[in-house]
Design a protein around this ligand. Structure first.
Ligand code: CA
Length: 233
């Protein structure tokens, strides 16, 4: 195959630790990606401009700049999917990274399978769905044009708020949405204190969409951070 679509995606790795860079390179090349590397924030920003990567893996602990600053600088001009790779397991940092425009995060030590799955999801979410698109994931089918939601082929009735919430997840399928992002989108700038209400609406949605609402397979909880709608591989 030599058509343009078969060109491997390029992933830029911004990571100061040589061993982790090497590990990521091996993992990504096995996954079929081309790899570009940078060992500092400044170099990473330059490399992102020079090689127009399809995705960026960004370490938060860099020697010259805070990774979050690198993220914000990249977001000033680029919508490239950015996955934050961090040893820091603090939820506050994940939330700040996501709120600053990261598509997802992977916490070190990570499994290569998980990393590649999250990367695929980030690359897919970078391609906006076509107009009239029908979104499908497992048992769920959402026709965005007719606002029809089906579960295993059966039409499901959603309230306006439930549909708005589901639509938000579909528009960001595969991506973690923080509680703050969801509250702002659904209830506006003053929505920040409605976390309890969000939990209630998530329960309603899961009741209507999930096979087993207690063990969701579509609308996954990211503990302490937010929620994610699973996209099929
Ligand atoms: Ca580091």
């Amino acid at each position: 195959m030599s058509d343009a679509t078969s060109k491997p995606a390029t992933v830029l790795v911004i990571e100061d630790e040589v061993q982790i860079r090497r590990l990521l390179r091996v993992c990504l090349e096995r996954g079929g990606y081309q790899v570009a590397e940078a060992s500092s924030g400044k170099e990473g920003i330059g490399e992102a401009a020079a090689c127009s990567p399809d995705a960026v893996l960004l370490d938060l602990g860099l020697p010259d700049m805070d990774g979050l600053s690198v993220l914000k600088r990249l977001r000033e001009w680029s919508q490239v999917p950015i996955l934050v790779v961090s040893v820091r397991a603090h939820e506050d940092e994940k939330i700040t990274a996501l709120d600053s425009g990261a598509n997802d995060y992977v916490t070190k030590p990570f499994s290569t399978g998980e990393l590649l799955a999250r990367l695929r999801a980030a690359l897919r979410s970078a391609q906006p769905p076509e107009a009239n698109a029908v979104f499908r994931s497992g048992r769920l089918q959402v026709d965005l044009a007719t606002r029809t939601v089906k579960v295993k082929g059966q039409k499901v009735r959603l309230t306006a708020t439930e549909y708005a919430l589901l639509l938000l997840f579909v528009q960001h399928a595969g991506k973690v949405l923080t509680h703050g992002q969801i509250l702002r989108e659904i209830w506006g700038p003053d929505g920040g204190d409605r976390t309890g209400q969000l939990r209630v609406y998530m329960a309603y949605l899961r009741d209507k969409l999930e096979a087993n609402p207690g063990e969701p397979e579509l609308l996954i909880t990211e503990p302490g951070v937010g929620y994610r709608l699973v996209v099929p591989d």
